[in-house]
Ligand binder design. Sequence first.
Ligand SMILES: NC(=O)C1=CN([C@@H]2O[C@H](COP(=O)(O)OP(=O)(O)OC[C@H]3O[C@@H](n4cnc5c(N)ncnc54)[C@H](OP(=O)(O)O)[C@@H]3O)[C@@H](O)[C@H]2O)C=CC1
Ligand SMILES: O=C(CO)COP(=O)(O)O
Length: 379
Amino acid sequence: MKSRTHPRKVAGKRVAVLGAGSWGTTFAKILADGGADVVMWARRPEVAREIQEAKRNSDYLPGVNLPLGVRATSRLDLALAGAEQVYVSVPSQSLRDNLKMFAPHLNANAIVISLMKGVEKSSGMRMSEVIAEVLQIDESQIAVISGPNLALEIAKEQPTAAVVSSTSLETAQAVASVARNKYFHSFVNTDVIGTEFGGVLKNLIAVAIGIVDGAGYGENTKASIITRGLVEMTDFAVAFGAHPETLSGLAGLGDLIATSQSPLSRNNTAGRLLGQGYHLNDVVNQMQQTTEGLASVGPILELARAKGVEMPIVEQVRQVLAGTLDPKDIAPHLTTDDEPQGERTKDGQAEGGSAVRRAFKRAFDQLRHGGRGAGSDRP
Ligand SMILES: NC(=O)C1=CN([C@@H]2O[C@H](COP(=O)(O)OP(=O)(O)OC[C@H]3O[C@@H](n4cnc5c(N)ncnc54)[C@H](OP(=O)(O)O)[C@@H]3O)[C@@H](O)[C@H]2O)C=CC1
Ligand SMILES: O=C(CO)COP(=O)(O)O
């Protein structure tokens, strides 16, 4: 029987954050402000030195002062020595190679937490799957964190919530007890598939929103894409075993709203540039930070095809990226066979039968009965 006790704050737990970009650095601040003993690893010694000595990371978080307790090094052995929890925040496509470097220095019992929101292009694997495969650890030792978490807003201590997910509720609670402070609250769930795919899929819809924004369309178009996009996200994730309510929680709808409407989002910004007519190569060159959505489109569509899930919006994003669809022609209502009536879903039913509608119904039913599914965000 899994414990359901409320996690208690653990003071001074030794943790490592691997990756010193905007999210890794912000997460180090979250953890240190929650009382953890944090050591960051930056691959460039000058970044580690600036964090260690000036408590700043001017490349990624200009103007933000980091807590005095955050330490940094470019040596993996020092960053990982004694670390009980290891938070990983590097670009998804570099995870596998990075893990091979981390492995010799990792504590055998350490919990490894993915902060990333991509899938591996070559394999279509989620980040937690890559972690389990490369490090050869049990999934109960792995957690993922996702939610509406634009780094710069959190670095400025704006109140935010996220979801910590692990197949082991105990592991999720152990992580949530460390990854929380007065401005950052971690809920827990055990739906790793839904939580991870939520973060990946909302990036693709955020690119679509950016494209229509850049093409000059207004709020109706964007709202239509957000709503239909959530159906695509839910149908896809559920086909892979996710709980639909996870997609209507922080890691799905919550993150979709934050990412789709914020100029801070790199995915949204990349989409806007594409919508304004810039070529993909120019957009990629212009983006100075990780834009996961651009790399995820291909593998996500391949996975969708394998499960027979229709993703008309994501397919149109692929076509815009490939230069075969004019951004002005992107439309929220297209379906693969151009069905004219009703809101079509993957199984051809009208909206009343969609996974989103079922998710809401289930959530309301659960509320009425006071229960909570594995995919709901629990405090
Ligand atoms: N930023 C955000 O608001 C959020 C981001 N995320 C996710 O976090 C993950 C990381 O993103 P984020 O921190 O924003 O990205 P950034 O582009 O801000 O930083 C990337 C970091 O990874 C390092 N890096 C780049 N390439 C490699 C590589 N090949 N090997 C090792 N390290 C590398 C960079 O080092 P260097 O500086 O030396 O290039 C840098 O420290 C992504 O999956 C993203 O989706 C999740 C939630 C919020
Ligand atoms: O995941 C994020 C917010 O939750 C960050 O989004 P971007 O990667 O688009 O900046």
